[in-house]
Write a protein that binds this ligand. Structure first.
Ligand SMILES: [Zn+2]
Length: 236
């Protein structure tokens, strides 16, 4: 019986590896998809930020042009001051110049605000671009690892299944049946160790007398709480 218990325990170890590999294979496309999505989102964000920067710079150039043409206009009005005939006309021109200058001051302020905003956005953009580049490199490497893993996973699974069959062939039909039922009903974990009187399948305490029996490994004992098969090993 001890050999049989040891064998079914080994079957369990292989079963766990099989499940991990299968999970990996199922999750791999999703993982790749998530990483692609992450990059897409980062790229879209970078593009959007770039578009805002371009827009604000366009706006700034427009305002600078406006300012230049307004300054020219003021010069022309100032030139007219020498030609005026009446004080009323003179005052009117002065008023016009004053108003134009005030408008220009506001435009200049707007230009400064735009420049500051663009500078902030450019810094943000640089940080984002750097992050994007870093993630592109990381994801490229991660994808390569996943793809490499996937290439060998089918071979690994076939080997593990063969090994499992070989081991099961030397186990009694009764234990095989109990094992299969437990695998199905207990989330793929049918054989467990007991540590300090605690079942490592359900983490419930088992009676001390039962624990002593379990450590002998010479009979089929199952957990009173979760029904899993006990196989005692000192190391874990
Ligand atoms: Zn248990």
């Amino acid at each position: 019986m001890e050999q049989e218990l040891k064998t079914i325990y080994e079957v369990q170890l292989i079963e766990t590896k099989i499940m991990e590999s299968e999970k990996k294979r199922v999750l791999a496309p999703k993982k790749i998809e998530d990483m692609n999505k992450e990059l897409e989102e980062l790229r879209a964000r970078a593009e959007k930020e770039k578009a805002v920067i371009d827009e604000l710079e366009k706006e700034r150039r427009k305002k600078e042009k406006e300012l230049d043409s307004e300054k020219d206009k003021i010069k022309k009005i100032e030139a007219k001051l020498y030609d005026v005939k009446t004080n009323k006309e003179y005052q009117a021109l002065l008023k016009e110049i004053e108003m134009a200058k005030e408008a220009n001051d506001r435009t200049e302020e707007d230009i400064i605000v735009l420049m500051e905003r663009v500078e902030d956005l450019k810094n943000e953009y640089a940080t984002l671009a750097e992050h994007l580049k870093k993630r592109e490199n990381e994801i490229k490497k991660e994808k390569e690892i996943i793809e490499k893993d996937l290439l060998s996973i089918d071979k690994t699974l076939a080997e593990l299944r063969k090994e499992k069959e070989n081991l099961l062939s030397i186990v009694s039909d009764e234990i095989k049946r109990i094992y299969a039922t437990l695998i199905e009903k207990r989330g793929g974990l049918a054989v467990v160790n007991v540590k300090n009187g605690v079942c490592l399948g359900c983490y419930m305490n088992i009676p001390p007398q039962l624990f002593i029996e379990v450590t002998k490994n010479n009979s089929l004992i199952t957990c009173p709480s979760c029904n899993r098969i006990f196989y005692y090993r000192e190391d874990n």
